[in-house]
Write a protein that binds this ligand. Structure first.
Ligand code: ATP
Length: 766
């Protein structure tokens, strides 16, 4: 049952097949989702009395829909007036209509595309029905992309590590074990400042070497302590990171640096492991402790052998995420525990994105901090000579909060795709890059665990079977075989770690993931980042795309937006993020390179379509592959519906400042359903939070609107960044792991951390 104030989406089945328009007090356009459901919508298939209660315009829409009942098409949806922010691309739109405008539903037989159909009976399965993908779509607006000058940083310096005053063994480890000689800009600025004993707030672009920027000073200072550190003395340095994978990665780096200093013991606490064995390791002693906040809180509360009296360093990597929603209670507990035991330590906050949260914490927590920000001197904000910004300006200037540095060698793209075509466009893009191009490694970001699971199984079961004959007649080579992996917060830890390792080491592959992979992960040779669901903030956009183009390498990104979301490009531009457009048609055109998407009409006759018509037909064949898979049994249909619900749930959690772009009311349920391989929109989908909120209008105590939004967002984040100790989750994870592809996934609802009996501390640090 959903907790009060939390979004829940209810789907009630009804025998009628036609998609429903939901009716609420604030009426949505026909076919669009209305989140306000105070007046109960007339049920599909409900009697005439119920229908009579609909306003005349909607009654008409209902009638039109009944006419369309055999197709999954909702009646033509009236577009919202998008001209206010982007004038319609009239000429181009006409062209699109001319070339892509579909006829009504057609009958055809997709060649070699029927999932679960063996070669023998494949040809017999004719007359598969797929409604038109290219009909009644909203116009794709012309993207008047403002060209902005991106903030850029210089990654490398010509200065070598041996120029620093470090232990010779540490320098030789950096040179020989890590294979590094010159410092990056952020390392050149941070290492000396931290070795002076200063607190610091460090910002530099993704993939610029921030991990070593704090690890080297920590190791240098701890190895120099006299008398030598004893393992049994416990933690001298505490490193907090938001995810388990990042904890593992940072642990790996620290371990390498400690090779010559065997008396210093590093350790990682990250959930997923048995609490008992972590307790045992803590008892033996860990000197550099790397942990996720949730897991550390669990130990603070339950492990006697954890103490912080010798802590000299506190590092918050990805500080803005750690201080963000969902972690604030954990951080409060940790800081209170630290402050109770140790009085003097060095505090370091690092991130590629400096947000208000970090600034606030820096303001109250860092003592006489140095701010290190690597920015291009051409922008007049730089300090590339290696100087650090003096105490007089420890915090960033206001304007700096709004723009982020982006790796110079990162090409960013956006494509506008109507909802119905999203799934085929994503699949075509994956095929284009990972089947027809060599050595591509791709990350695809989704908004929730359920979406990752759904698309993972769907693509795993369908796309490799589409890798039949290329248009050239050649069979695909082994190197063009598609390898799908997935990573999200609801997976069992062993599987998460295995996937992380596998994707790190493989040369090609497609990792479908949630934001659990957005922060800090250093996955080698990633060439493409695809954002299938837009991120909830520009900072998250930066971190997601930052998984490619690291440390001076080249990389590309693609953001997939619905036409109604086009304004998001302007929103990114206001943060100095520059994106160029790729046309959806150009992505779909790759399907003409693969003969398994060739359509044959009525069994044998090949389609003679060419150009845009051929692309349209092949996209329809691919959509049919997906729909066949989803509709091949009831469990898969219900699974797709759950994924659709999860999508809408996540869509409802965009922050207020983005609601004018991403609002559930602008979603067309029938069209969105197609992007989940559903032929019909689920019946009576209602988002009951709004209803509940309405009902609470007379309850001033429940008026904390922003709190409930925060709470929902925190719940979602928490499911991604959980400590791994939540009761019951392990069981669900295990069941999911062994679930049959396409079977009903059990969705673990990660509970909030139990209420913590610690009040908010005003001053956390000495
Ligand atoms: N001086 C250096 N020379 C060569 N490679 C380096 C150097 N410093 C770091 N690297 C490599 O650069 C990559 C990125 O480093 P790191 O993960 O620390 O970046 P980051 O700034 O923390 O990124 P993010 O903001 O995404 O967390 C790693 O593979 C690391 O080994």
């Amino acid at each position: 049952m959903a907790a009060a104030g939390r979004l829940s989406v209810h789907v009630r089945e009804s025998p009628a097949a036609a998609p429903r328009t939901l009716v609420g007090p604030r009426r949505a356009p026909a076919g669009r989702l209305s989140s306000a459901a105070a007046s109960e919508p007339a049920a599909p298939g409900a009697g005439p009395a119920a229908r009579r209660e609909l306003p005349p315009r909607l009654r008409q829409a209902e009638a039109t829909k009944r006419k369309h009942q055999t197709s999954s098409e909702a009646p033509p949806a009236k577009r919202r007036n998008e001209a206010s922010f982007l004038p319609a691309r009239k000429a181009a739109a006409k062209e699109t209509q001319r070339t892509f405008k579909g006829k009504a539903q057609k009958t055809f037989s997709p060649k070699k595309s029927l999932v679960g159909v063996t070669n023998g009976n494949r040809e017999q399965k004719l007359c598969i029905r797929t409604s038109s993908l290219f009909k009644n779509n909203p116009e794709i607006p012309e993207l008047h992309r403002p060209v902005v000058k991106q903030v850029q940083e210089k990654v490398f310096t010509s200065d070598a590590f041996h120029e620093l005053d470090l232990h010779p063994h540490l320098i030789s480890t950096i040179n020989t074990v890590l294979n590094m000689t010159s410092m990056t800009s952020v390392q050149k600025q941070s290492i000396p400042a931290l070795l002076e004993g200063r607190d610091a707030l460090v910002r530099s672009q993704t993939g610029s070497g921030k991990t070593l920027a704090y690890c080297i000073p920590v190791v240098q200072s701890l190895q120099a302590m006299k008398p030598k550190i004893q393992r049994s003395e416990g933690p001298y340095a505490l490193v907090l990171v938001p995810t388990r994978e990042l904890a593992l990665q940072s642990f790996d780096t620290v371990q390498k640096l400690l090779k010559p200093f065997t008396w210093i013991v590093p350790g990682v606490l990250m959930g997923g492991e048995k609490r008992k064995s972590e307790k045992a390791r803590l008892r033996k002693g860990i000197n550099i402790l790397i942990s996720t906040p949730g897991r550390l809180v669990d130990h603070i509360k339950s492990t006697k052998n954890i103490h912080f009296c010798r802590i000299r360093w506190l590092i918050l990597d990805e500080a803005d995420r750690i201080l963000d929603l969902g972690f604030e209670k954990d951080i409060t507990v940790i800081l209170n525990a630290l402050n109770a035991e140790c009085q003097k330590r060095q505090n370091v906050l690092l991130s590629a994105t400096l947000t208000e949260g970090v600034t606030w914490l820096a303001g109250i927590s860092l003592l006489n901090p140095v701010r290190i920000s690597v920015l291009d001197e051409h922008h007049g904000q730089s300090d590339l000579k290696g100087r650090t910004v003096p105490e007089a300006s420890p915090l960033p200037a206001c304007g700096e909060l709004d723009s982020f540095a982006i790796p110079e060698s990162l090409d960013q793209h956006v494509t506008l795709v109507p909802s119905k075509l999203r799934l085929v466009t994503l699949a075509a893009f994956i095929l284009q890059k990972c089947k027809f191009e060599k050595d591509q490694k791709m990350l695809v970001f989704f908004s929730s665990c359920e979406l990752v699971e759904f698309h993972y199984h769907l693509f795993l079961q369908t796309l490799p079977s589409c890798s039949g004959t290329l248009a050239s007649g050649r069979p695909p080579s082994a190197s063009t075989q598609l390898k799908f992996l997935r990573l999200h917060g609801n997976m069992a830890q062993e599987e998460r770690t295995a996937v992380f390792q596998e994707f790190s080491h493989c040369e090609t592959g497609i990792l479908l993931c949630t934001d659990v992979a957005a922060r800090g992960l250093d996955l080698p040779q990633v060439t493409w980042i695809v954002q299938y669901n837009a991120p909830s903030s520009p900072a998250e956009y930066i971190h997601r795309i930052g998984r490619t183009a690291r440390i001076g390498c080249h990389g590309s990104s693609l953001l997939i937006l619905a036409p109604s979301e086009a304004e998001y490009v302007n929103s990114l531009a206001s943060h100095k993020i520059n994106i160029s457009e790729i046309k959806m048609e150009d992505i779909l055109s790759v399907l003409t390179r693969d003969d398994c998407f060739k359509r044959s009409r009525w069994g044998s006759q090949k389609s003679r379509a060419s150009g845009p018509q051929e692309i349209r037909e092949r996209a329809t064949v691919l959509q049919t592959v997906f729909e066949d898979y989803v509709h091949s049994n009831e469990r898969r249909v219900s699974w797709a519906k759950k994924a659709l619900q999860a999508f809408i749930r996540a869509y409802a959690t965009y922050p207020r400042e983005l609601k004018h772009i991403f609002h559930v009311r602008s979603l067309h349920l029938g069209h969105v359903a197609k992007s989940f391989g559903l032929r019909d929109a689920p019946q009576k989908l209602s988002v009951t939070t709004v209803k509940r909120r309405k009902a609470n209008l007379n309850r001033p105590d429940l008026h904390k609107k922003s709190h409930s939004t925060h709470h929902r967002l925190a719940e979602i984040l928490r499911s991604e960044y959980s400590s791994g100790m939540e009761a019951g989750i392990a069981k669900v994870e295990k069941q999911n792991k062994h679930a049959e592809p396409g079977s009903q996934p059990r969705i673990a609802v990660c509970s909030q951390c139990p209420a913590l009996a610690v009040g908010k501390t005003k001053k956390h640090f000495p």
